[in-house]
Design a protein around this ligand. Structure first.
Ligand SMILES: [Zn+2]
Length: 259
């Protein structure tokens, strides 16, 4: 299933259900729903979420900076005889990084970023360290592993629950709902999901494969159903409010005219 479908179905259904059950929809809750609808694919470096957070242009700039830093480092080592020839090896590695394929490069950046958060987490608080460690684990695990399991829902739910307690805003409901919806959508694909690894049991209802006609059909149906729900949750009540306002206004005018 494409990232676009996950985004529409995950956040659309979550926000509609929240509105229908009378939960307050705040901007942070909506943002959490949007991120959570894409978050499980953080283990796929070329997924929509990763393309948005680490765009191609940014990767190119980082690669160029690495080449420049590598050359600079080697020149410095040459003049200062800094651990030569081992330092040349590090410089070559930095320059060689520009040849790495986009997918692997994103993976590498995730590991570095996770490591940095883990390091800083020691002083900034345990949550940064936890998120950093998870980022590193997700980067190296195969696609649809930990993030596409019940553990993924529980971990993300726990992170949001404690964040909700600190911020005084119930973010975890929208997050857990959107995250679970992503997994439910992936159940419809031929690969399905593995809800309780290391158990090999797969949960799948193979109705479609992404990129094929079956994918287009199933994804279109899911998006249409989402829009029906959005209509029911947001547009219809808006129409009713407008109608009652109109009747109220009409009654006032006719009462005034009678006077
Ligand atoms: Zn997925």
């Amino acid at each position: 299933m494409t990232g676009r479908t996950h985004l529409i179905v995950g956040s659309g259904v979550t926000l509609s259900v929240m509105s229908l059950i009378g939960q307050n929809i705040t901007l942070p809750a909506a943002l959490v729903a949007i991120v959570s609808s894409l978050l499980p694919d953080i283990d796929e470096p070329n997924s929509l979420l990763m393309q948005k957070t680490m765009p191609k242009t940014m990767l190119k700039k980082i690669k160029l900076a690495l080449v420049a830093a590598g050359i600079g480092f080697m020149i410095y080592c040459y003049f200062k005889s800094f651990y030569v020839p081992f330092s040349y090896g590090i410089g070559m590695l930095m320059i060689g990084a520009c040849l790495i394929h986009q997918r692997l490069f994103r993976q590498l950046l995730m590991v570095i970023l996770g490591g940095l958060m883990l390091y800083l987490g020691a002083s900034a608080g345990p949550w940064w360290g936890t998120i950093g460690a998870l980022l590193m684990v997700c980067a190296v695990l195969p696609h649809r592993g930990l993030t596409h399991s019940i553990y993924g829902i529980i971990i993300w739910g726990a992170v949001l629950y404690f964040a909700s307690l600190r911020l005084g805003e119930p973010l975890w409901t929208s997050g857990v709902m959107a995250y679970t919806l992503h997994l439910m959508c992936d159940v419809l694909t031929k690969h399905g999901i593995q809800p309780l690894p290391p158990f090999k049991w797969k949960f799948r209802l193979p109705l479609m494969s992404t990129g094929k006609f079956s994918g287009f059909l199933v994804e279109s149906i899911c998006i249409t159903l989402t829009f029906v729900l959005i209509w029911h949750a947001f547009i219809e009540p808006m129409g009713e409010t407008m109608f009652s306002l109109f009747t109220h206004f009409k009654n006032r005018v006719s009462a005034m005219l009678n006077i």
